[in-house]
Write a protein that binds this ligand. Structure first.
Ligand code: NAP
Length: 256
């Protein structure tokens, strides 16, 4: 039997085939999970439909802008009707206005700060609250984060502050949901060349820097994020909650 046979999951954050969410979704599906997908806005609908169709034409695909409570409610209502219950949730969503990811953090506007935190951190709280009533057999909630939450990574700016809020939110959610056997963890990924990553000024230099300085002297591969996603979703991680797991070729241990 595969590691996730019989598990029902929902994935937020597939934009295209390079998305980290897609790597984790593929790994979850390969281990037997049945998945639903969401997309933000019509622009991405076709992409997500095309990708999700590889799991069968009846795959559930729903619109969801995570800043809209009514869309979140509609998603979980439909998931409840179609699946009856839920075991897995992947939060792989982040956004900050482009100008906030260039130049100095000190110039972050009130609006950019609010938007970055709403989309990238508060959304985890909103999604967990909506998913929990369906996780009647326990569950695993996973969120994607980055090292810029704890150390200064030039240009990551307000997104680093939002990721710190995301990680702290995961800990508080882990405490609230623990009695229901729902675990909440973050994967802190090293840089991966995706649509969102290309919005960060100097991203190509980040990839080169990791290759030169990480203990494993290379960048992380999407499949490796998928494998960690499977582990954290599986019973092998049954006693792991509230954690940030680094999948970054070891970069996080370096002081210099
Ligand atoms: P990606 O493919 O661009 O995925 C980001 C996703 O967030 C997109 O599907 C995007 O949709 C979605 N999103 C943005 N605003 C949204 C909203 N209001 N409602 C719903 N969805 C929204 O990039 P990615 O690199 O895979 O990012 C996934 C996660 O991994 C993010 O949390 C990111 O911070 C994290 N991460 C990435 C790296 C990296 O180097 N790539 C490293 C560590 C952590 P739109 O395209 O429509 O905006």
């Amino acid at each position: 039997m595969s590691l996730l046979t019989g598990k029902l999951g929902i994935v937020f954050g597939v934009a295209n085939k390079r998305s980290i969410a897609w790597a984790i979704a593929q790994a979850w599906a390969k281990e037997g999970a049945r998945l639903a997908f969401t997309y933000q806005g019509e622009r991405l609908k076709e992409n997500v439909e095309e990708l999700a169709a590889t799991f069968g034409s009846d795959t559930l695909i729903l619109p969801c802008d995570v800043t809209r409570d009514e869309e979140i409610a509609a998603v979980f209502k439909t998931v409840g009707e179609k699946f009856g219950k839920l075991h897995l949730l992947l939060h792989s969503v982040a956004f900050a206005p482009r100008e906030a990811l260039e130049g100095e953090f000190i110039n972050t506007s009130r609006d950019a700060f609010r938007i970055a935190h709403d989309v990238s951190a508060y959304s985890l709280v909103a999604l967990a609250r909506a998913a929990a009533p369906l996780m009647t057999e326990g569950g695993s909630i996973l969120a994607m984060t980055y090292y810029g939450s704890e150390k200064v990574v030039p240009h990551y700016n307000v997104m680093g502050v939002a990721k710190a809020a995301l990680e702290a939110s995961a800990r508080y959610l882990a405490y609230d949901l623990g009695p229901k056997k729902i675990r909440v963890n973050c994967i802190s990924a090293g840089p991966v060349n995706t649509l969102a990553a290309r919005g960060i000024a100097g991203f190509t230099d980040m990839l080169k820097h990791y290759e030169a300085h990480a203990p494993l002297r290379r960048n992380v591969l999407p499949d490796e994020l998928g494998a960690t996603g499977v582990f954290l979703a599986s019973d092998g991680a049954a006693a792991i909650t509230g954690q940030v797991i680094y999948v970054d070729s070891g970069y996080q241990i370096m002081g210099m």
